[in-house]
Design a protein around this ligand. Structure first.
Ligand code: ADP
Length: 466
């Protein structure tokens, strides 16, 4: 159980963040504590030095005021209440001979400072030394200063208390490190947990979704902005996936439906021909119908594949220089017989020599699909026109008809796959023409727009970059 938990936690981002935080926090604290320790040790030494200087200056002033006798009286008074273990005073002559001294027994043998009167003068009347005490673990701080013109006073204080205090401080700092590290690790753990809470929510949502709860979303409120962005992006991705799944489901339903009808027809023709056991001619007719239905099926499947590839952005594109006028005239000639049969006129209004860079096959499909619809949905006597307008950065191909128009309800849906307007059902078609137009125009970097008034006609405008 414990091993399992350790294995799970090891290598997690929370553990790494916790440890990093604990280490950085502990090291920073250690640095701050040691800088403070250093400052304290320097300040205590400065205080000791200051006290020694004041002591010396007091005695020197007494000498100046009352001569040798007054000085000796002052020295006696100074030492009367002092602990000889804490402080010593010695008066030396110019040759270093000790003239007067307090009890030096607790101090062992202290050398007379190696200095000459030349070193001490009015400008620099004293020197301060830290000296080692023979046989002692601590040191002493001493001041040696001029008294009058021929004598030197040496005052020394024990640094034992100071050393004990600093040692205690060092111990305290080291002792503090363990709880500090634990405290830092705890804070780091809390911070890492708060920071990664949102990630955990996203993971939980992903787990639930992978189990089939596709409508699950991550809560986006009350999280840090980064996690909020992650949650929002994750939800956006889920919405998109849901949309894709929905459209795939719809497409599969539509494909099933649209494949079913021609296959049922083929089967019906074959069955009837078989049952009626008629002539060779009937069999030939059956074969011809089967071929026609199969061609329709193949055409539909090809169109669907073309749309899917274009929408997924994986379609092959062969960019070339296209003579747009020629392409439109070819399309017009292709549909002229059908239009004439329906008594629909096709007009073209083309500027001189328009050239366009694009994929010829895809542009042909776009123009023929629009033209075919316009003729299909325009009653006898109506007219259809194709205009080309060249702008500074766009070339517009405008296919206009005076046909049945598109209702407000249908207008937003006509580019969806397999969508067919209610009124159009009497006409042949499978509802893929405009989806293909949109997919092809988009992949070539253009846009498609439609304006339509029911019973008056429609205008489809393709705008392609020049
Ligand atoms: P189909 O023509 O096979 O039905 P399309 O994808 O080409 O499929 O068109 C989708 C729908 O848009 C049509 O069913 C029709 O309702 C409407 N539509 C397209 N073009 C026109 C048009 N020129 N005039 C009126 N309605 C149109």
């Amino acid at each position: 159980m414990l091993l399992e938990t350790i294995r799970r936690v090891r290598g997690t981002l929370s553990l790494k963040l916790t440890l990093w935080y604990a280490v950085i926090f502990s090291l920073s604290s250690l640095l701050i504590l040691f800088v403070s320790y250093f400052r304290i040790s320097v300040m205590t030494m400065e205080n000791i030095n200051q006290e020694l200087i004041e002591e010396y200056e007091e005695l020197a002033a007494m000498y100046l005021k009352g001569g040798h006798d007054q000085f000796l009286e002052g020295l006696r008074m100074e030492t009367e209440f002092e602990d000889p273990k804490e402080i010593f005073y010695r008066l030396l002559d110019s040759s270093g001979k000790v003239l007067i001294t307090t009890d030096m027994q607790p101090w062992g043998k202290i050398e007379v400072p190696d200095m000459s009167f030349g070193e001490l003068d009015k400008a620099e009347p004293f020197v301060i030394h830290t000296i080692a005490l023979p046989g002692q673990s601590f040191q002493a701080q001493t001041i040696s200063g001029l008294i009058g013109t021929s004598e030197i006073i040496q005052i020394g204080v024990s640094l034992e208390d100071n050393a004990t205090y600093l040692q205690m401080l060092r111990g305290l700092i080291l002792w503090l490190m363990a709880p500090l590290f634990l405290l830092a690790a705890f804070i780091g753990f809390l911070m890492a947990r708060t920071a990664l809470n949102g990630v955990e929510d996203v993971t939980q949502a992903a787990i639930e979704i992978s189990k089939g709860s596709y409508d699950k979303r991550v809560e986006t409120k009350t999280k840090s902005s980064e996690i909020q962005r992650l949650a929002q992006t994750f939800n956006m991705m889920l919405n998109r996936l849901e949309e894709l799944m929905k459209s795939m489901r719809e497409m599969t339903d539509n494909i099933a439906h649209d494949l079913r009808s021609p296959i049922t027809r083929i089967r019906g023709i074959a069955e009837m021909t078989l049952l009626s056991k008629t002539s060779k001619h009937n069999y030939e007719e059956m074969a011809a119908s089967t071929i026609e239905e199969c061609d329709n099926l193949i055409g539909m499947i090809d169109t669907m594949l073309d749309i899917s590839e274009a929408e997924a952005g994986v379609a092959d594109i062969h960019i070339e220089d296209i003579d747009l006028n020629a392409l439109i005239v070819d399309a017009r000639e292709l549909f002229r017989p059908i239009a004439e049969e329906k008594a629909v006129t096709i007009n073209t209004n083309l500027p001189d020599a328009v050239r366009l860079r694009g994929d010829k096959y895809k542009l042909q499909r776009v123009v023929t699909n629009l033209l075919e619809n316009s003729i299909k949905y325009t009653p006898a006597g109506g007219d259809v026109s194709i205009n080309v307008v060249v702008g500074s950065s766009l070339i517009d191909i405008i296919v206009k008809d005076s046909g049945m128009g598109i209702s407000e309800k249908d207008l937003p849906l006509i580019f969806d796959r397999f969508y067919r307007g209610d009124k159009s059902r009497s006409q042949s078609g499978i509802g893929l023409g405009l989806s293909q137009v949109k997919a092809f125009v988009n992949i070539l970097g253009g846009t498609v727009n439609v304006i339509s008034t029911p019973n008056k006609g429609s205008i489809f405008t393709i705008s392609m970059p020049t």
